[in-house]
Design a protein around this ligand. Structure first.
Ligand code: G6P
Length: 603
């Protein structure tokens, strides 16, 4: 989704802005632009990639130590040069970049046009430029504060004006914005990856706040115009954590980083000798966690799939009902949540608008919120009552991999902590990193399988219980990046309709990791094979299970020996690799799938 970057300091702004925009590319976008201020404002923008913008940029024209940049993910108005940000006022002195949606843009536009302003784009954002033109009496920050009082909706805004060549004005409402504090220079970005090249000292702007950035420092005001004093925080990520290193794609890097990500997720939380899980860092205690009558998990996309695994685990641990809601649907079902319900929100970014909206609704109804989140300082982390960090490190590829696995690990930890059963969960979890390493050894064979099925237009994934939750995630992965139509079914449900779609040559991917269910899943595999389907099966690597299952499949992907509760977490790894290699075989842009965004900050 849209990305914002801004710079004020003592070096040329253009390379810093382009560097920041490259860091934000992963969020998903369709156009890019920059505005740089020297004595005058210079704007350059284009539909297409940041690389195209960089090629077009003439550093001798775009000089200046102050500027803003933007990657646009179209909401209002088609993808075009004209609709790309930055947007300027009628005088061409002031430029704005925006992430979010201005809900009352139509009304404001009518008023502004009636007063003689000329609009050149179809965007909601352009009203902000014209509004600021009217309000700016020489103090851009005051004008921005006043302008935000007239806006409804969501925004992260960064504004520059040729009238004040040393001032970068920013504001936030329901869209993330982080300020990076440097020495003699400040930078702003939609997320920390955009500022990491310059600094790890950051200030997260909060809703309603407006800030003034100059080379010398940063001043923040709240919605009522009061000065805000807030200590900066140190980002725990290194700048090279967002570098590709030896990998061709971030997705591959992140798949292969999973053993390390899981190690971090477990560090200090499981006692090595006893296997006892300790999550006191969340501020919650097991008795409070157990005291709720119901649990509702809210999340989107991959995080929702992690939630489906969580339902099994938490229901078993608490003996109470656990439901999993798609966050964007949560509010419409008149949700039965109150102070006796714990809402568990799962999110990699902590900025997904639908998840935040669900959390706010739950809180409005009196339900406390536990967040399972990756990004420290994110909106979700701040708004929740308790936070369990997944510690996956920065995830750049749109298709989530290590974030998913660490979310599932966090849910296992939570379940084991809430209801310790002889501490064996903790001890098995400690084996997980080495078992993931072993599972990654399947890569060459998965690559072969991927080549075989990459020509398919339809795929089916089946599984039961936890394997069904994995099947849903596996199907989403391959859809997102290879554009193969894939559907996941509870294996027992196939015969109730979907079997009609099975024809000779159709590939079916079966997940059969759970001993108690594999005989039944095997029956469903036999049903599709009998109708000519070709089957890839993921199952245990050791017999007797393996010798029973392997003969049923055309291709069998054996998982390393591991305690059974870990197997679904291992099974997802070859499924991620399958999606990755299928996408490559089809020539797709793995890290930047069409139409998708990493961080979806609009509802
Ligand atoms: C987007 C991404 C998905 C992600 C979902 C939820 O749709 O493309 O990969 O699972 O948002 O994101 P979150 O940051 O809340 O986990």
């Amino acid at each position: 989704m849209c990305g914002i970057v801004g710079y004020v300091g003592s070096r040329p702004a253009l390379p810093v802005l382009l560097g920041g925009l490259r860091r934000l590319e992963y969020r998903g976008y369709d156009s890019a632009g920059v505005a740089v201020v020297n004595h005058r404002l210079e704007v350059l923008k284009t539909a297409g990639r940041v690389e195209r913008l960089a090629r077009m940029a003439d550093p001798s024209r775009l000089t200046g130590e102050l500027g803003i940049g933007h990657t646009r993910w179209a909401t209002h108005g088609a993808v075009s040069d004209r609709n790309a940000h930055p947007h300027v006022d009628c005088t061409g002195r002031l430029a704005v970049v925006h992430n979010g949606i201005i809900d009352n843009h139509a009304e404001l536009r009518r008023e502004l046009e009636a007063r003689g302003h000329r609009f050149v784009s179809d965007t909601d954002t352009e009203v902000v430029a014209h509004l600021l033109e009217e309000l700016d009496q020489g103090d851009l920050v005051a004008a921005l504060r006043e302008a935000t009082r007239r806006l409804r909706g969501s925004w992260a805004l960064a504004v520059v004006s040729a009238r004040q060549p040393g001032v970068l004005a920013v504001a936030r409402q329901d869209s993330p914005l982080v300020i990076g504090l440097g020495d003699g220079q400040q930078v702003v970005g939609s997320d920390v990856t955009a500022v990491l090249d310059l600094t790890r000292r950051v200030l997260y702007l909060r809703d309603g706040e407006v800030a003034c950035l100059t080379a010398e420092g940063v001043t923040v005001w709240d919605a009522d115009g009061r000065r805000v004093e807030r200590a900066p925080t140190e980002v725990p990520w290194e700048a090279n954590a967002v570098e590709l290193g030896p990998y061709e794609h971030f997705m591959a890097k992140e798949i292969f980083e999973q053993p390390q990500a899981v190690r971090q997720a477990l560090a200090g939380r499981v006692e090595p000798g006893s296997g006892r899980v300790d999550l006191r860092e969340t501020g919650l205690d097991p008795a409070t966690f157990q005291s709720f009558q119901r649990y509702v998990i809210v999340a989107c996309g991959t995080a929702w799939h992690a939630g489906l695994v969580g339902r099994h685990l938490l229901q078993r641990a608490t003996g109470r009902p656990v439901s999993v809601e798609i966050a964007s649907e949560f509010r419409y079902g008149d949700p039965l949540v109150d102070s006796s319900t714990l809402t568990v929100a799962i999110s990699q970014s902590g900025e997904t608008a639908d998840t935040l909206a669900a959390v706010r609704e739950a809180r409005r109804r009196g339900s406390p919120v536990l967040a399972i989140v990756n990004v420290e300082g994110s909106s979700l982390a701040r708004e929740a009552d308790w936070v369990l960090y997944t510690r996956a490190g920065p995830e750049v590829a749109v298709a989530s991999t290590k974030a998913y696995l660490t979310q599932v690990v966090a849910l296992h930890l939570l379940a084991a902590w809430a209801a310790p059963r002889g501490e064996d969960t903790g001890l098995s979890l400690l084996q997980l990193p080495s078992r993931i390493e072993a599972t990654l050894g399947l890569d060459p064979v998965v690559q072969e399988v991927a080549r075989e099925l990459a020509g398919s237009e339809h795929l089916f994934y089946i599984g039961r219980g936890l394997d069904y939750a994995v099947a849903l995630e596996a199907a989403l992965k391959i859809k997102e990046i290879s554009y193969i139509h894939a559907e996941a079914y509870a294996a027992g449900e196939l015969k109730h309709g979907t079997l009609a779609l099975i024809e000779p040559g159709r590939w079916v991917v079966a997940l059969a990791t759970q001993r108690s269910l594999s005989a039944k899943t095997a029956g469903n595999v036999a049903e599709v094979s009998a109708r000519g389907a070709r089957v890839v099966m993921v199952g245990p690597g050791t017999s007797p299970a393996r010798s029973e299952l392997e003969p049923l499949a055309d291709r069998y992907l054996p998982l390393p020996e591991a305690p059974e509760p870990l197997l679904p977490m291992l099974a997802v790894v070859p499924m991620q690799l399958l999606a990755y290699h299928a996408a490559r075989a089809r020539g797709c842009d793995v890290d930047r799938p069409r139409n998708l965004a990493k961080s979806v900050t609009v509802e």
